[in-house]
Design a protein around this ligand. Structure first.
Ligand code: NAP
Length: 252
């Protein structure tokens, strides 16, 4: 499928799983995150298992130089797939969070993803082929604080961009998982079991990435992995905001 893929947030969780599954499909990889040791470990295991070339690009996407380094790598061309996956959650309510933490959260989910797409697109369009995957969330379909709002931006933009760029050979897909076992909740300071998520609502990263890659290959604008979450998103459209906010607010 892919020749060279750039994956942000590849040092753990969904990003590392994208690296494993794209590597298994024969793609060479450029892995981006801040933790160089963790990236090296993902890179070494993908190289050993799949024999593909893996480059590690240590960069903080919230730092102007780090973001510019990834933009330059994308603008130089030769990139077939961009996976905008890096992200994090905030642990308190909007009115309690440090406003600078909110700005970093918005910039990573929206500004960094937007700049990287803008950097990658010209070369992809000139070649007439490319695949962009934006890791959003089912939270982007429901009112769920600034996290849901930021993921909603990614979903809305991907839907527009896929209509406009797909006829020119470049697909744009928002992959929208529900709760997934990764480092995401641990980084929020939550121990296993403290997330307030019903056991049946957890998804495996491998399933999310497999379904996301399949939907991207089919040229879909939106991928919601698993029937459970497809039904929950469809059902949420029939309910009032007050009911959805209460239900969605249970999990962290
Ligand atoms: N887990 C879930 O339940 C869930 C559900 C829906 C959507 N998502 C989304 O899935 C994506 C991946 O999250 P995950 O669940 O796999 O969590 P994770 O295991 O915590 O991975 C987050 C990744 O983002 C990277 N990252 C964070 N800040 C960064 C920065 N400033 N610059 C560069 N990289 C940065 C981290 O790497 P470093 O720390 O090494 O920089 C890490 O590789 C996120 O966008 C998240 O919102 C997660």
């Amino acid at each position: 499928m892919a020749r060279t893929a750039v994956i942000t947030g590849a040092s753990s969780g969904l990003g590392a799983e994208f690296a494993r599954q794209l590597g298994a499909r024969g793609a060479d990889l450029v892995l981006v995150a801040r933790d160089g040791v963790a990236l090296d470990s993902v890179a070494a295991s993908v190289r050993a298992e799949h024999g593909v070339s893996v480059e590690v690009l240590v960069a903080d996407l919230l730092d102007a130089q780090g973001l510019a380094a990834v933009e330059e790598r994308l603008a130089a061309g030769g990139i077939d797939v961009l996976v905008n996956n890096a992200g994090f959650g905030l642990d308190l309510g909007f009115e309690q969070n440090d406003v600078d933490a909110e700005v970093r959260h918005l910039r990573l989910h929206v500004e960094a993803a937007m700049r990287l797409m803008r950097a990658a697109l010209p070369a992809m369009l000139a070649r007439g082929s490319g695949r962009i995957i934006n890791v959003a969330s089912v939270a982007g379909f429901v009112p769920r604080g600034t996290y849901g709002a930021a993921k909603g931006w990614l979903i809305s933009f991907s839907r527009w961009a896929n209509v406009v760029y797909r006829p020119r050979g470049v697909t744009v897909t928002a992959v929208c998982p529900g709760f997934v076992h990764t480092s995401f909740h641990e980084r929020l300071g939550l121990a296993p079991g403290e997330e307030g998520v019903a056991p049946g609502l957890w998804l495996d990263a491998a399933v999310v990435v497999r379904e996301g890659l399949r939907d991207a290959a089919r040229g879909r604008s939106v991928s919601i992995p698993s029937w459970r979450y497809k039904l929950l998103v469809a059902g949420s459209r029939l309910l009032t905001d007050a009911v959805v906010v209460r239900a969605a607010g249970r999990g962290r």
